[in-house]
Design a protein around this ligand. Structure first.
Ligand code: HDE
Length: 682
């Protein structure tokens, strides 16, 4: 049976359809509906005379244009989004009364926006940064937003420090540099003088901060939230999104080059995967701790700089999200979507994490300036799919026409409606946690340990990951002009790992620290990307092809690629159709000037008997660059000539051969591995 298009499959799509408009094939009119007879010339007094004030069409068109921009998000300005749906595996009613989690197989429409944090709206996407991973569930009980990041901890413990953190990492105010990067003095000055950032900084210096794809990263709700069930029993919960493709990253040199070659790299990847039907999938996992166990851990559950190691608090998978439709209009949907960790439904509540508590204020506040007033919930992408009624009225851009006299509560004129719903009938009621204490500006002592988990992160890394972390620190600190800042940072990270900080100190030319605090040695194997899911699915291979190539052999390889879900692009010297020696025709997708080896997961050199000097040079460059970035390199036929030397052929992940069956199996296995760290890259 033909699959029904995702388009009309869910309630949110049906709702959005009411707002969609298609201008193609229509008459051009003004916003007042007046048909326009000329859209090329302004109204003038004589063909060479001045423009007339009377030209309402010109004024309307220009005024609208002049007002087309809105303030970008103060953080997470650069983002990309898609629609999808979430399906529950089994009822979670024993934990939460949230209806969208309470029935096996229940589907809920979702909208997900991925983002970088620091860069402006037009900045490159492959920068070193955390990634936002915000999901809006359009549930029957109202919108639930899980506003997550791809890093499970945060820089600070108390929301009051957020403006300081963001001021320090954004471009420096006196010269607005650098863009989308923490590699500058003020950020590292902040780090060294706010040591609660240690754990998050370890993640930021790791491969997690340069994801290969939005589809290949995990998401984390960061804070402890609460699940409440029908009986009123509460559990503390942390949310985890797990990509079914695993967690994979770019290498830093590659990430920097992609920033120039294709600043849209991550969004293009997401958009194209969805267009091709390779729908990204993420499983939702929860970590659950009973309230009575709150104090049984060697970290405070309310501290957002701590993970709950999954070896100690296992993750239970409760459902899967599939992203299956791109937006129709990026501004209307992706830019205007307004997330808020305070958008909850009955059965989900907050913890007292002081970072979360502050977020509960910030998100609505920021939309007021960004989206121009208090009616942003009426923008189509933000509307819940269930009805909403209250006594709020007026304000900029009010769309709803509220009928009747009454807009207050209590009233008798409207029978005291709209009326609150009791908790038993689905009204939201805050969890009645018992709280007592003095009003005090202070932090609990249980938040004081900043290094145990930073060290645990380091201890859990594989050797290549450790090497990348040292290189990342050396790059970032090497960009700091102030030697005192470099020194403060290496002294600080001696507390995470002494040898690591000594190596960094050596690389950046400061005196190495001699000691750090002593910390119990802990590891969490789940933190290493070496232990992630590995699959060749949706990996993109660049195939270097020249005229008279061996068509039969190539077809065999491409058939196997297709079977395993591996994507490819044909790269040659010129656009057009290439003919193989057996008459096979291949369309060239990209030329050496329109693409680059950094944009592929693997390079496969086939070549052909007739090759000019330029082709041979480019072929060798593609292979060398892929090799240096530890990517799989395949070479058959004349393509083998471009491998630098026989030494290269012996390196892991470099596959050559004349038996196409054996070659393909080995090459697919190399692609599955993602990167070949054991390779000797000189
Ligand atoms: Fe945010 N954050 N944040 N944040 N955040 C925003 O809201 C804020 C934090 C996250 O795609 C802003 O609408 C404070 C943690 C994502 O539209 C703003 C604090 C996590 C997005 C804001 C934090 C996040 C935002 C800017 C510390 C991971 C993008 C625009 C107290 C759990 C959402 C906006 C999107 C966006 C405030 C910390 C995730 C200013 C005050 C921790 C994914 O309201």
């Amino acid at each position: 049976m033909k699959r029904k298009p995702a388009f009309d499959e869910n309630s949110k799509n049906r709702q959005l359809e009411e707002f969609r408009t298609d201008d193609s094939g229509k008459d051009l009119t003004t916003n007042q509906g007046l048909k326009v007879s000329d859209d090329e010339h302004s109204l003038k007094a004589g063909v060479r005379g001045p423009t007339l004030m009377e030209d309402f069409h010109f004024r309307e068109k220009m005024t609208h244009f002049d007002h087309e921009r809105i303030p970008e998000r103060v953080v997470h300005a650069r983002g990309y989004a898609a629609h999808g749906e979430f399906e529950v595996y089994e009822s979670q009613s024993h934990l939460t009364k949230a209806k969208f989690l309470s029935e096996k197989g229940k589907k809920t429409p979702v909208f997900v926006r991925f983002s970088t944090v620091v860069g402006f709206r037009g900045s490159a996407e492959t920068v070193r940064d955390a990634r936002g991973f915000a999901t809006k569930f359009y549930t029957e009980e109202g919108n639930y937003d899980l506003v997550a990041n791809n890093i499970p901890v945060f820089f600070i413990q108390d929301a009051i420090k957020f403006p300081d953190l963001v001021h320090s990492i954004k471009p420096e105010p006196h010269n607005e540099m650098p863009q989308a990067s923490g590699a500058h003095d003020t950020f590292w000055d902040f780090v060294a003088n706010n040591q609660e950032s240690a754990h998050m900084v370890m993640w930021l210096m790791s491969d997690r901060a340069v994801p290969r794809s939005f589809r290949m990263m995990d998401g984390f709700g960061v804070h402890a939230f609460r699940f409440i069930n029908e009986e009123g029993k509460a559990h503390l919960v942390k949310f985890n999104w797990k990509s079914t493709l695993g967690v994979h990253s770019l290498v830093w040199d590659e990430a920097q080059k992609i920033a120039g070659k294709d600043p849209d790299f991550n969004r293009k990847d997401l958009y194209e995967a969805i267009e091709k039907g390779d729908y990204p999938e993420f499983e939702l996992g929860v970590q659950i701790i009973a309230e009575e166990d709150e104090h049984k851990f060697d970290f405070d559950l309310l501290d957002a700089t701590k993970i709950w190691p999954q070896e100690e608090v296992p993750i239970q998978m409760i459902g899967k999200m599939t992203l299956n439709r791109n937006v129709d209009n990026v501004f209307a949907e992706t830019e205007q979507v307004a997330f808020h960790p305070g958008h909850v439904v009955p059965g989900i509540d907050f913890s007292n994490d002081p970072l979360l508590q502050g977020r509960l204020f910030s998100y609505t506040d920021t939309q007021l300036i960004r989206l121009g007033g208090p009616n942003f919930h009426e923008i189509p992408i933000n509307r819940p799919v269930c009805p909403f009624h209250n006594n709020q009225r007026d304000g900029y851009n009010r769309m709803t026409i509220n009928k009747g006299q009454v807009s207050y509560h209590n009233n008798s004129l409207a029978g005291n409606t709209p009326s609150p719903t009791s908790e038993a009938d689905g009204g939201f009621s805050h969890y009645q946690e018992k709280v007592e204490g003095r009003k005090i500006r202070a932090r609990s002592e249980s938040f004081d340990d900043h290094f145990t988990q930073a060290a645990m992160f380091w201890n859990s890394m594989s050797d290549p990951e450790k090497k990348h972390i040292i290189e990342a620190f050396s790059f970032e600190l090497g960009k700091c002009k102030e030697i005192s800042i470099r020194k403060q940072v290496v002294d600080m990270f001696a507390n995470a790992d002494l040898k690591m900080s000594q190596q960094i100190a050596k690389n950046i030319g400061v005196e190495a620290p001699m000691s750090g605090v002593s910390i119990p040695e802990k590891t969490s194997p789940a933190l290493s990307q070496e232990n992630t899911i590995k699959t060749p699915m949706t990996r993109k291979v660049g195939i270097l092809l020249a005229p008279d190539f061996n068509g039969e052999d190539l077809k065999q390889v491409l058939d196997s690629f297709k079977e395993k879900g591996v994507k490819h692009e044909i790269i040659s010297e010129m656009q057009g159709i290439l003919k193989g020696s057996d008459g096979t025709e291949m369309k060239v997708d990209e030329t050496f000037s329109t693409t680059d080896p950094v944009l592929y997961d693997a390079i496969y050199a086939v070549g052909g008997p007739i090759i000019n000097k330029k082709f041979a040079k480019e072929g060798a460059r593609y292979i060398a660059e892929a090799f240096d970035h530890y990517k799989p390199v395949g070479a058959t036929h004349e393509g083998k000539k471009w491998l630098h030397n026989s030494e290269m052929r012996k390196q892991p992940g470099v596959i050559t051969g004349d038996d196409m069956g054996m070659f393909t199996d080995a090459f697919l296995e190399a692609i599955r591995e993602h990167r070949h760290w054991k390779r000797n890259v000189g």
